[in-house]
Design a protein around this ligand. Structure first.
Ligand SMILES: [Zn+2]
Length: 556
């Protein structure tokens, strides 16, 4: 399941998974001490770099971290100026008192750690805090009292020592709520409130969104509160959150479309980038994929696996809307098939170009921002999961073509993708004009394009073409409109016959062929038929335009 795969990701070599009760934390200032706890220099070492967004609050370390309330509670060896230096945030006496309490708590924690671990670095810090060392520190004018401060002892960071990490983990391990962790299966204390939030999900809170939480009692069940509904131990919670946040930060692993965030990864690292293929497919890469997938022999199953999740935010919680866990090879095969199914000739008859998930989703709505999460999820599941596209999507595209009174390449690609995904054996036809297709809806679409061609050839400057006016009716109820359209075309054809006999002969021949194959006009067209109509119209138009270009080139 999702969280287990995230924990595995965090445990991959090179990931730098944090020790228990540690979290990635920016540490801006370091107090430099020698091995005996004497100040090496009065100024603090500033690790921040204002020119880099990531480093504005200082270098990031895996450091002791637990969630705090307003009560005085020190963090081990790393904290803000109130705790480390006893510096009040403002000058009112009340906060001075609080600052003293904070500093005392910080010192006591370090002293306890020094005693319990015997670590020389921690001992040095304890002796520095015990003496008057802090008084010698000189703060710069731009000192940020809210930033984290820690200690470097003879060039080492004591909180990175294994003994210190173990001390902190033990100290924070409560024996409350001991139950089976649903991720690692061990019997351990479950986290009552998860320490970290997920950032980067559209619609989520700026401070981050909890992945498993139940802040409202309506979500609470079985008498278990908050995150205990899905008990997760501290280590698993920390790792899964760290992994997901890293995936959501990494350009190569996530994609935001509309109100959904998608994350993709593989169990073992691979060169293949699903993200690029889905977001901005390049013709050469798609060709390579097809070659590798269709040229591959069915050998032993590759062990690597592909994972994808669609995430959304709802009321401060992360929703895992879709979760896919499949062998990598199968995901690649599905992706190859998805590109074959969406192949469609260009609007001027050019070679088909692969379309990314955003372009396809855009075919279903007026504005890309309106794309519902469900649409993108269906497309993703079709692309990497090999699932058929729901027919509702084709319906939305057909509605767009009727509203726009035309068929654009991304409309045609989506319609073909939907048709092919519902009829898996029929893949390659329908990429371009198919003269053998005698389906009445397809022929009606072609006929409309050819009548438009006659009108355009006869009067190139016409303001509103027949398509602008009749596309919607022609594609839903052909019988009500085609008789009139053919009649109205007669003056155009007569004019053409007189002025451009060559063009006339071509158009007339095509019209006769279509009408002969058609017999009569269907009264109404079903949804599937309307898709075929759109494709017939699009194909014939691309074919006519390609011919016009070829003719012009032959003339020049
Ligand atoms: Zn666990």
């Amino acid at each position: 399941m999702f969280l287990q795969r995230l924990v595995e990701y965090a445990e991959r070599p090179g990931f730098d998974s944090p020790p228990d009760s540690y979290a990635e934390t920016p540490i801006r200032y370091l107090i430099e001490l020698d091995a005996d706890g004497r100040l090496l220099k009065p100024s603090l070492t500033d690790t921040a770099d204002a020119s880099q967004r990531e480093l504005r609050r200082g270098l990031r370390y895996l450091a002791p971290a637990v969630r705090r309330t307003s009560a005085v509670k020190a963090l081990l060896l790393v904290d803000n100026a109130t705790y480390v230096l006893g510096r009040a945030k403002d000058d009112t006496s009340g906060s001075d008192e609080r600052a003293r309490a904070c500093r005392q708590a910080f010192y006591e924690l370090v002293a306890d750690c020094a005693q319990s671990t015997g670590d020389p670095g921690v001992r040095a810090v304890a002796s520095f805090l015990e003496g008057q060392g802090s008084a010698q520190i000189v703060l710069e004018d731009d000192f940020d009292g809210t930033a984290n401060i820690s200690f470097s002892v003879a060039g080492q960071l004591p909180f990175e020592r294994r003994e210190v990490q173990r001390y902190w983990a033990d100290r924070n391990e409560t024996q409350e709520n001991v139950m089976q962790c649903l991720v690692c299966g061990q019997i351990r204390p479950a986290q009552a409130r998860l320490q970290r939030a997920i950032k980067g999900i559209p619609g989520g809170q700026p401070s981050g969104t909890a992945i498993i939480s139940a802040n409202e009692s309506a979500f609470e069940s079985y008498g278990l509160e908050a995150s205990l509904i899905a008990p997760i131990c501290g280590a698993c919670a920390e790792r899964s959150h760290l992994a997901l946040n890293r995936l959501l930060r990494d350009e190569a692993h996530h994609l935001i479309v509309g109100k959904s965030a998608f994350v993709f990864w593989t169990r073992e690292a691979t060169e293949f980038s699903f993200l690029e293929m889905i977001a901005q497919p390049q013709p050469d890469d798609v060709r390579q994929l097809l070659l590798s997938v269709y040229g591959r022999r069915a050998g032993p199953v590759e062990a690597n696996r592909f994972y994808a999740a669609a995430l959304g935010a709802n009321g401060g919680r992360v929703q895992v809307r879709t979760w896919l866990d499949t062998p990598l090879e199968e995901a690649q095969r599905n992706l190859a098939r998805w590109f074959v199914r969406q192949r469609i000739v260009g609007r001027w008859g050019e070679e088909p170009r692969p379309l990314g998930i955003r372009s396809l989703a855009a075919a279903t709505v007026r504005e890309l921002g309106d794309v519902p999460a469900q649409t993108v999820q269906s497309l993703l599941l079709a692309a990497v999961g090999g699932r058929p596209l729901p027919s509702g999507l084709a319906y939305q595209v057909v509605q767009r073509t009727r509203a726009e009174q035309t068929v654009q390449p991304h409309h045609a690609a989506m319609l073909k993708l939907a048709l092919c995904s519902q009829q898996p054996d029929q893949e390659e036809p329908m990429t371009q004009l198919d003269l053998s297709n005698t389906h009445p809806a397809y022929l009606c679409g072609r006929l409309l394009a050819e009548l438009e061609q006659a009108q355009f050839a006869a009067s190139p400057n016409v303001r509103a073409s027949i398509v602008d006016r009749y596309y919607g009716t022609a594609c839903t109820a052909p019988a009500t409109v085609f008789g009139t359209l053919i009649q109205n075309a007669q003056p155009h054809l007569a004019k053409l016959q007189r002025d451009r006999p060559g063009a006339y002969a071509g158009i007339q021949r095509t019209l006769e062929e279509i009408l002969a194959a058609l017999g009569g006009f269907p009264r109404t067209l079903s949804l599937n038929d309307q898709s075929l109509f759109a494709l017939g119209y699009y194909h014939q138009r691309a074919h006519n335009r390609a011919q016009a270009i070829a003719y012009k080139e032959a003339q020049s």
